[in-house]
Design a protein around this ligand. Structure first.
Ligand code: PEP
Ligand code: MG
Length: 373
């Protein structure tokens, strides 16, 4: 009976696949996740969050890079990171043979990688008070103080890091292009894309795009491998949605980051509200459902519609997707289909429901189109 059920579900999903216009991709950061996504029927990786590759032991490398005193220390760390990243990307490219993989350049709020300022200050103070100074803490403290931010989510993240830490985006781009060359030589078909996070305006994107293209050309010359790599941008800052026409002129694709877009449109901290405000807002009837769970059509949804129209006017070939959590929410998927997106990207486990919903959205759209005829 279980086998029958699996077969019936599979038939249903294939039926939906045959009808849907919306692509369904997965958010995946490891080869294992990518393979799982593929088994669930993902048409590609729509978001590979590269900052997840720097947690654990590698965290120290980011710390060293950010706090490096001179260019030679910075270059040494970037060389180490390049080797690690090349392997990271090669594994995902092999797992997604033949399908697109959108690699998002690093976007950590920096505090996740740096020593905690309060803890460091306490270590220094205790060391001095007890007469046994903590030399490590003392040497780190000035740099950590310099870089400390009260609102890291509104600070040194995404494209800002790429612009302000020389060589960081270039290292990741090189790792992507070299991994693509290696994996192509092994006989796989690689379709990488590079995505720039937290862009607010076209000037930032143009600056970064120039650097990415320079590195891609350099790797292609050196390796002789000419793997086409499209360059796109996350639309996750309200200003980017409003200035989408100009941004689209320098972008091959857009991907809505509805997590940040919701946070920034509502001025709700995505890390805190679920505990601090939403329970009471839901009780008071201000929300029927959290806007982080189901797309707020009047606010965030309006920005999405504006950005789709402006983006397509700036670049008629623009491909548009969404990779925030809403990409796997059935009600939001219907909205994205109606708004004219090309794909949604969600966690691997949500792929089947997203395929089904995307199929239903297309059938619904066809039915209502013929109703109005
Ligand atoms: C988003 O902001 O919606 C997004 C996909 O990026 P992240 O969740 O990593 O900020
Ligand atoms: Mg984001």
């Amino acid at each position: 009976a279980a086998d029958d059920l699996v077969r019936a579900v599979d038939r249903l999903l294939r039926h939906a696949d045959g009808r849907r216009r919306l692509g369904v991709h997965a958010n995946a950061d490891t080869p294992a996740d990518a393979e799982r996504a593929r088994r669930f029927g993902a048409g590609g990786v729509g978001l590979c969050r590269t900052e997840h590759m720097f947690l654990g032991e590698r965290r120290k490398l980011v710390e060293r890079l950010v706090l490096a005193e001179g260019a030679s220390e910075q270059e040494a760390v970037l060389e180490e990171l390049l080797v690690l990243q090349r392997d990271d990307f090669a594994g995902i490219f092999r797992a997604m043979d033949g399908l697109p993989v959108t690699v998002r350049l690093i976007d950590p709020p920096l505090h996740e990688f740096l020593p905690d300022l309060t803890e460091l200050s306490v270590r220094v103070a205790v060391g001095q008070a007890t007469g046994s100074p903590d030399a490590d803490a003392e040497s780190l403290l000035p740099a950590v103080q310099r870089i400390h931010e009260s609102n890291p989510m509104l600070g040194l993240r995404g494209v800002r890091l790429g612009i302000l830490i020389p060589g960081l985006f270039a290292m990741q781009t090189r790792a992507i292009a070299e991994a693509a060359a290696i994996v192509t030589a092994e006989g796989w078909t690689v379709r990488p894309e590079i995505m720039v996070p937290l862009v607010a305006g076209d000037v930032e994107l143009r600056l970064v795009r120039q650097e990415i293209e320079r590195v891609l050309a350099e790797v292609a010359d050196r390796t002789g491998a000419h793997v086409p790599i499209r360059i796109g941008v996350m639309i996750e800052v309200p200003r980017a949605a409003l200035g989408a026409e100009r941004i689209a002129r320098s972008a091959d694709f857009f991907s809505f980051g509805t997590n940040d877009l919701t946070q920034l449109t509502w001025a709700f901290s995505r890390d805190d509200v679920e505990a601090s405000i939403f329970p009471r807002y839901l009780d008071a009837g201000i929300f029927a459902v959290s806007p982080f769970e189901s797309l707020d059509v009047e606010g965030v949804g309006r920005l999405v519609r504006i950005a789709v129209a402006e983006g397509r006017s700036g670049n008629p070939d623009l491909v548009i997707g969404v990779c925030g959590e809403h990409g796997g929410d059935p009600a939001s998927i219907a909205f994205f289909a109606a708004a004219g997106l090309d794909y949604v990207s969600c966690s691997p486990f949500r792929i089947p429901i997203a395929r089904l919903e995307a199929g239903r959205a297309s059938v619904g759209a066809t039915a209502s189109e013929s109703d109005t005829r």
